[in-house]
Design a protein around this ligand. Sequence first.
Ligand code: NI
Ligand code: MN
Length: 287
Amino acid sequence: MTRFRRLTGLGLLITALACAHSAWAGTTRITWHGHAAFEIETPRGRVLFIDPWLNNPRNPAVDKDTVAVEGVDRADYILLTHAHPDHVGDAVPLAEKTGARLITSFELGTQLGRLLGYPEDQMGYDTLMNIGGSIRVADGEVTVHMTPAVHSSGLRLPDPGPDMPSIVYGGNPAGFVVEIHNGPTIYHTGDTAYFSDMRLIGEHHRPDVALINSGGHFGMEPARAAEAAKAVRATMVVPHHYGTFPVLAPDAREFARHIEALEGVDVRVLEPGDSLTVETRAPEKEM
Ligand code: NI
Ligand code: MN
């Protein structure tokens, strides 16, 4: 009941799955590109990518003749939760194509610029941050909060010389809360174990949508991921980080079964390439 009141109080209406790429005023579109990669288009048309490994094997945009980055027209910001290759993914070519600014930890940003060629003029004190901090971007339409994650974050070098380590420091792993003006608040867990302070993320940020890793092995097993969904008290949850590699849970069925036992939580199991939209019915307010 509380959850229902909160939803209507915000004036948000979550609509059915849609695959079209166009957006209209008052609508936030969230697209899953497979694995941990999400694209968020705000009501004002700004585009944020989180962990853009677009060339993952489950993304239908990938075929033998093209790479998925070629299909992206716009990216204003790229958010990286941590340094692992299945999360850094195609951040560098995507940044080169679109001019997207990098939102991540100071350490990972610096390493990516220095070692992997992320354009250094597309990051700075406005976007490099640390856990506990919040930044306002997109002319104030979006506030990004960096949250803790219990994981690791080594940066693998693609071609280390004989005297180089194959993995170098990549900062602390993190998650993100993306708070959109006149839109939903979206929590991306990143890769993390369950931790009881997820409850505080729920209390502090009141996420409407939680994007929760649920494939196990490198992160939360499905039952624990459902516990995380409950802890953050999101109205809607979307599982990710499953089905990509053989060691991960093959699908989200077990996760969904656990979520369905929770009252008032809407679980959306997407196919890679699917979008969901959150419509804002509240009148535009001053930012
Ligand atoms: Ni990882
Ligand atoms: Mn991962």
